[in-house]
Design a protein around this ligand. Sequence first.
Ligand code: MN
Ligand code: MN
Length: 273
Amino acid sequence: MSLRHDKAKPGIPVILGIPFDANSSWLRGTAGAPPIIRVAFNSSSTNSWTETGVDLNAEGAYCDAGDLKFAFAEPFDTIQCKVGELLDQGMRPVCLGGDHSITLPIVRAFGQHIPGLTILHFDAHPDLYDELEGNRLSHACPFARIMEEGAAKRLIQVGIRTINGHQREQAKKFGVEMIEMRNLPALDRMKVEGPIYISFDMDALDPAFAPGISHREPGGMSTREALAHIHAITGKIAGADIVEFNPTQDNTQITATVAAKLLKEILGKMILN
Ligand code: MN
Ligand code: MN
């Protein structure tokens, strides 16, 4: 493992890139995201301090496990195994996707290590389809599988603005707590007990702020609204993912910068909470 800082300690957040987009239903390209987010994250155009007063350049603030390599094993097994390894070492994985399907094997690993997980899921879409185009592992399905398997205790979805009848039924069946976009802000709803897992789909943001995504859904969160909801989280954060950034759609590179900013503020909250 390549560590940005040598002294990995228990509880340290660890970045893991997951370059996987084979379960995308519309456009490929999110597999190219992790190195591009890292470049924006490490850019000297800004400094290492979060808005909440954490210096990410302080020794032992976080470490970086690099990008996952896929060989011959099933990709989901590879993801689950690697995340499980990091959890075994007492670290708190922050995964960079990749399409949203990767959240299933990630949360499977969390479910084995950390009981009673509450997922805070930011997304334009509920991703609760039973199947999409015959694929039960589609990026439109991960939260249906997670809830069926009982890998998390609670699922709170934030920013939802495109949901059909089937997915409303699924949400009801699984007891999903859905905060639709039209009902934001909902800062008080972020005050949940840990352990918390944050799953951030970049299309939760309005495409005006983050156009580099595969499914543009207007009427979404501003970058500031997203940050305000992340900053409002009070419980201990066990891990996170940032998914669905598609560099092939990011003509001005702004989405890379926004993903890096979210990564920075999520790491800051993980260290603080
Ligand atoms: Mn989405
Ligand atoms: Mn999603």
